[in-house]
Ligand binder design. Structure first.
Ligand SMILES: [Zn+2]
Length: 281
């Protein structure tokens, strides 16, 4: 799932590509992708695109008197194409056809339809439940105090930092990088952190801004299907820690994994991998 840096760079590139484009027609071939029915998509006809921005891990496409809030979920993509999708393209969820022949397309891959869009008045965006319930944005980093109160919960940092209601924008990839940079275990609890650890975590959020700068340098006008994510520890189990050389370890969950440096994050302890020990029995 694209996280804050990936959505931010895509929003910037889309905004540049779509500036002043006019909507010729709009369709929602993905029957369940559009979660709102009033106003209808046809209201967009004739409107100009004013810009694309990011809130948390969501996109907002501003059309002047209407805005579209979009969540890609795990397999969605929002891209501009020079040609229109054919009716046979099963990945199409929402098609915004532009007067110049191009098309802004919300696509989704795989069998599940989870990506969604909502069309609403611009001032309704902040009140939408998915926006109103978000915690402070992880980038630019909130103040130290705001971060400290956002994560003051007796839950492991790995799920806590990915909880969009506590802090917005972090997912499964960047949480590992942030915790590695802060030298804190993914299994420490938010409410157990001392002042020094909170300060390190706060400082580590800077990785998100650095990643955006990296994307600014390497991503051209078109967003590639796979962004070159500069990950140092996530999904790098078995490789040496770039900082201390210790072998990066992993803990696997049903649908995701967390990676960490045992020497620097867990006091040398290698956390038990339940999946692996089950396989070895
Ligand atoms: Zn290390």
């Amino acid at each position: 799932m694209p996280e804050l840096p990936e959505v931010e760079i895509a929003a910037r590139r889309l905004s540049e590509a779509l500036a002043r484009a006019e909507v010729e027609s709009a369709l929602s071939p993905g029957m369940v992708a559009l979660k709102t029915f009033d106003p209808p998509l046809s209201e967009l006809v004739g409107m100009g695109i004013e810009g694309v921005r990011r809130i948390g891990k969501m996109f907002v496409v501003d059309f002047g008197s209407l805005s579209m809030l979009i969540h890609l979920m795990s397999a969605g993509r929002l891209q501009v194409f020079d040609k229109r999708a054919t009716p046979r393209d099963r990945s199409s969820r929402i098609l915004i056809r532009l007067g110049d022949g191009r098309e802004l397309r919300l696509r989704e891959f795989g069998t599940k339809q989870r990506a969604w869009a909502k069309l609403m008045a611009p001032d309704a965006v902040a009140e939408d439940e998915m926006v109103a319930t978000l915690g402070p944005e992880a980038w630019p980093a909130p103040s130290l105090d705001v971060l400290a109160s956002a994560i003051a919960e007796p839950r492991h940092l790995h799920p806590l930092l990915r909880d969009q209601r506590r802090i917005a924008g972090i997912g499964r990839s960047w949480v590992d990088e942030i915790l590695w940079r802060a030298r804190i275990s993914p299994f420490r609890k938010g409410s157990e952190l001392d002042e020094d650890e909170i300060a390190r975590l706060h400082e580590a959020l800077a990785v998100l801004g650095e990643v955006i700068e990296h994307y600014e340098a390497v991503v051209g006008p078109e967003i590639p299907n796979k962004l070159p994510m500069p990950l140092q520890v996530h999904r790098r189990e078995g490789e040496p820690c770039p900082r201390c050389g210790t072998t990066i370890e992993a803990v696997y969950f049903a649908e995701h994994q967390t990676n960490y440096c045992p020497a620097e994050q867990t006091g040398g302890r290698v956390l038990k991998d339940r999946r692996l020990s089950r396989l070895l029995k």
